[in-house]
Design a protein around this ligand. Sequence first.
Ligand code: F6R
Length: 614
Amino acid sequence: MCGIVAYKGYKNCYPILLNGLHRLEYRGYDSAGVACLTKHGKLSITKKSGKVKHLEQLLKNKDIIQDCRGSGIAHTRWATHGKPNQINSHPHKDQSGDIVLVHNGIIENYDPIKKFLQSKKVKFKSETDTEVLVQLIGYFFQNVKLDFQQSVRAALQRVDGAYGIVVLNKKSPDMMIAARKGSPLVLGIKDKEFFVGSDISPIVKHTQNIIYLEDAQMAIIDGNDYKITSIDKDVSLPKKVEKIDYKIDDYDKGKFKFFMHKEIHEQIETINNTIKGRVNKDGILLQGLFKYWPAIKRADKIFITACGTSWHAGLIGKNLIERFAEVPVHVEYASEFRYNKTLVDNNSVVIAISQSGETADTLAAIHKANEAGAITVGICNVPGSSVSRETNCGVFTRCGHEVGVASTKAFTAQITVLYLLALKLGRSRNLLTKNSVKAHLDYKNAIKKVKLVLRKELDIKKIALKYKNASDFLYLGRGLNFPVALEGALKLKEISYIHAEGYPAAEMKHGPIALVDEDMPNVFIVPKDKTYDKIISNIEEIKSRKGKIIIITDSRDKILKNLANDLILIPKTNHYMFVVLATIVLQLFAYYIAVSKKINVDQPRNLAKSVTVE
Ligand code: F6R
């Protein structure tokens, strides 16, 4: 989703901002723009719909790159209000053309403010809510004659909604102002240089000294100095500079054409990294939960909240925690959790799962749980992200930067963390013996099995290509594998644009079976477990209606072979590992269908990696 990078210092800002925009590309966007204060005291704004490389090309042609005074702001836009075109892309300026702004988030009361400004003869160029904010700042600066800082403050005090903004004013060329409410913003400091980012990815290359702006805070950079204040009052607050130990390797696809493909293959290491150091002869160590463990292990009800793929991991977590630790778990979409009457109180444990750590709904759910006095636990992939800072405690999935918009390695790492957590809870509640925990955690063997599944890639590709022209798919699984079905369907939808639905296999009779005909592929996930015979009946029901049957199983039974149009055999393993292996098959299956349709699977249409608005 939208990304911000800004620079204030003595260097030419363009290379820094363009590099930053590339770093932000993974978030998903449809246009990009940059504004820079020139040596001649002007503001130069360049915007383009499409990719950052198109903006770069435009800048080269304009030959304005050399004309930079040292301050600039840049943005990748993911359209919310108004079409994804050049006019609506950021930066936006006020009517006088003196003030320029980039914005992440949504200004909810833009309509009455726009009407007010129109009554003062302000003319609007774009359809965006963002232009309303910069015009309001301009109104206070030009009409009310407040100074720059006061104008930004006055405008922000009048807007509702979420924002992370950076503003420049050519009449105050030494100043850059950043502020946030709802949307995250990070300030990087290096001697006489300052960097602002919507996350640390465009900044870490330059400095590891970071201030995570807190909600409703402003950073005012003036010359070589800066202060942090609240939006309400111009009173300096403590500067909480943190030294972060987080490197983002140069994006490198290695031998792979797409990051998604690389990330699917990385699961051998990422699952290993997520477990490594957390399991020893005495059991499972989750250091990040240490302080809160006595309360967590006593919980009599657990809530899990998340969005999208992370929510699917939550459903698997529920199954594992209820199975091993016998605690009831309620899983709720974060977007529902934040508004529903949820029975969270100060005896509750709320687990929030998020790859990016910046998903707006998940953060709002965490705030609600914190306010209710619950213990909040983050399962998150990005150290320093809002989820990791705003939960009481947590466990990191250690899978490194996930660039592909469709989550792959983060999902299997999330279920790995949930597996460790469920086993640790089961052990702490005396429901599992030390030896049974040990037996579950034969992960070296498990990693070998991931390798074996990846070796089946060409077979999976062959099968995927047979079905690439289908217009609808059903994914069916039971128990732990129902969320796997949901995740398989989501992967196919988001990267191939084919309609797909996941269902508990037996539920299919209650409606979806009406869709089945000889053109419809049905992907069954079939472990040899206690529901095996039942799921065979479900397959028969589809078969007798001529549906195409694709089976993923660890069973060599002839019966399955006879029922399947295509069958992918995965190695025998435990329940948790079956889920991981079946997921990897489904990731590859979706990947090959999408690639055969020539879709850029790393940045599928309309999707954003980090969903920072509600
Ligand atoms: C799907 C996908 C999304 C995310 C969702 C939550 O492949 O990536 O559904 O899972 O937007 O994002 P995080 O986990 O960053 O909170």
